[in-house]
Design a protein around this ligand. Structure first.
Ligand SMILES: NC(=O)C1=CN([C@@H]2O[C@H](COP(=O)(O)OP(=O)(O)OC[C@H]3O[C@@H](n4cnc5c(N)ncnc54)[C@H](O)[C@@H]3O)[C@@H](O)[C@H]2O)C=CC1
Ligand SMILES: O=C(O)[C@@H]1CCC=N1
Length: 265
């Protein structure tokens, strides 16, 4: 268990992780620096500039927007950070940028979670620098497994792909649900029923996809009767592989943007 953690940024992602770890008893106490007007948290909040307690933090979580990483870290007295392990949730920001901002030889772990961590259903890609020992790796796996599924990637570069697929991915599914519900309304359904059908269909389909050995194409084919209604719709999506090309282009664009977010370029 982590006794004292410091969060830099306690917005959507920071607070989702921090509050879940406190709730699960994986972290005993969190001090969170955030200039925002954040209330109703178990963590102790410190507006930026307010003095922190004289604590040696074991864990520092950087959960500000990528462009603010340097300012947020440099505002903390170095003595508070001397023994800490650093976890970044920031998109794009590389170890090359992060390591010089932390004490020399500090363990640094980059992570890419997604918003379903809020309900314990997230998935997180993780990558560690060479200062992270196996015990620390296990501890960090336990933290992210408490909010969903965690996996270590082999290269730091793969985190850009994790960001493009699962980091940003919830928004893609929400957009599809918006479009599906809108189509339902156009076809005469009341908004509450159209929204419920879109969301419940996404949940049911995702639950099937998460079964062991699930084959996405086979699941699709199981819905698609020859010459039936699904076949009629799928033909539209698959015409010239339009949906696949669109998804491919969107993921590439997110991947490119993730690379651009690193101040080290
Ligand atoms: N929202 C998402 O789906 C995901 C976000 N991330 C990453 O998480 C990070 C935070 O994103 P969100 O939580 O979505 O944004 P957010 O805007 O909800 O949270 C950022 C927080 O940082 C605070 N802040 C601003 N300046 C600060 C400073 N100098 N010191 C301390 N705190 C400061 C803000 O008041 C805000 O509460 C980003 O780097 C993003 O790339 C990663 C995965 C998914
Ligand atoms: O859009 C973003 O930049 C962040 C990273 C992944 C999800 N949200």
């Amino acid at each position: 268990m982590v006794k004292h953690a410091l969060f830099l940024g306690y917005g959507r992602m920071g607070s989702a992780l921090g509050e879940a770890w406190l709730q699960a008893g994986l972290v005993q106490h969190i001090d969170a620096v955030d200039p925002g007007n954040i209330q109703g948290m178990q963590a102790s909040l410190y507006p930026a500039g307010q003095a922190l307690p004289a604590t040696d933090y074991e864990l520092v979580v950087i959960a500000v927007k990528p462009a603010l990483a340097q300012a947020a870290l440099q505002a903390i007295p170095p003595a508070r950070l001397a023994r800490a392990c650093f976890i970044s949730v920031m998109a794009g920001v590389s170890l090359r940028t992060l390591e010089p901002l932390a004490p020399a030889a500090a363990p640094v772990i980059r992570t890419m979670p997604n918003t379903p961590v809020i309900i314990g259903q997230g998935c997180t890609g993780l990558y560690a620098n060479n200062r992270v020992n196996p015990a620390l790796k296990n501890m960090v796996s336990a933290l992210f497994s408490a909010v969903g599924t965690a996996c270590w990637v082999e290269t730091e570069d793969q985190l850009h792909a994790v960001t493009a697929i699962s980091g940003s991915g919830p928004a893609y599914y929400h957009l599809f649900s918006e479009a599906l519900a809108q189509a339902g309304m156009k076809l005469g359904l009341p908004p509450d029923i159209a929204n419920m059908l879109a969301a419940r269909t996404a949940l049911g389909a995702a639950s099937l996809q998460c079964q062991q050995h699930a084959d996405f194409a086979a699941l699709r084919q199981a819905v698609t009767s020859p010459n039936g209604t699904t076949h009629a719709a799928i033909q539209i999506f698959e015409q010239d592989e339009q949906l696949r090309h669109l998804v491919d282009r969107a993921a590439m664009q997110a991947h490119t943007r993730s690379r651009e977010l690193d101040p080290a370029g």
